[in-house]
Design a binder for this molecule. Sequence first.
Ligand code: SF4
Length: 329
Amino acid sequence: MNNQSITKEILKWYDNNKRILPWRKHLTNRQKEYFTLVSEVMLQQTQVKTVIPFFNNFIKKIPNLKTLAKTRDKKLMKCWEGLGYYSRAKNLKKTAQKIIKEFNGKLPNNIDHLKSLPGIGDYTSSAIMAIVFNEQFIPLDGNVERILKRILYLKTKKEISKDNLQKKKSLFGKSSRPSDYAQSIMEIGALICKPKDPLCHKCPINNICIAYKKNDFNIKSKNKSNKVKYFEAEIYKSKSKYLLVKNTKFNFLKNLLIFPMREINQKKFRSSINKSINIRMSNMDMKITIKNKKRKKYITNSLLLDKNDIKNHILPSFTKKILNSIMRY
Ligand code: SF4
């Protein structure tokens, strides 16, 4: 199978199997720019299935770049609430402001200019170049990486390095429909070449896949396993109100409301008889023991949140998980 036949087979599969997604609808050029920008930023750390309702709500409330640039932070965070990684929303707004100020309100058709925008890195800039501007780019996301590792049976540290995978993308060749082509490869990764139990019998390029021939689909991940850290969440409750503080402790969820927390050692965590929950963050696995405190001490930057009034506050899912766990007991 040469490059041309690989391209042809992949596009044929895509034309018959692509998912109907809100950012793939028939759109004006301006909408396509904006919808792709928003969806790609949302997809940076979140799966398609989860993103869809958030994307629809976001577009309904903030329908274009101009509105986004002027949207108040409170409304912006409300639209992003539950999606996590809130810095993405803040960067998206800064990006909209920069596009209006420096690029005449139009997404730049240039990879270096795109990379100069807040929160837009190698992957998102390549995705925009391909999807919006129909340029010959294949963004290297987790899906594309997995396909390459399996087709070429790449296992060693050197083979699966980002630089090597960037080079190995040449396997896919060029296409007369770069926008569809980039999306089709990512789509095969998401729907067919899944992390577990790939559906190789449906894969349009299974005849060149070494992993398929060897029946070995294990791929080495470059990701180091997360460090486990132990915390104690202090729950001060007064009638139906809980005390929350503005987060200045962790780099993630900056300025959002969390329960007062302190890091403890593993021994203390183990000896604790309190209930505990596990929360996986991108850089660590948090094991949190929940401790009810009787007296409310004064804590700066804090507020008492009524559990019946939660809807009116922007709470990260991190805090909601702890709250749900407390309310269950
Ligand atoms: S044949 Fe299977 S393992 Fe190989 S690329 Fe296709 S789905 Fe992935």
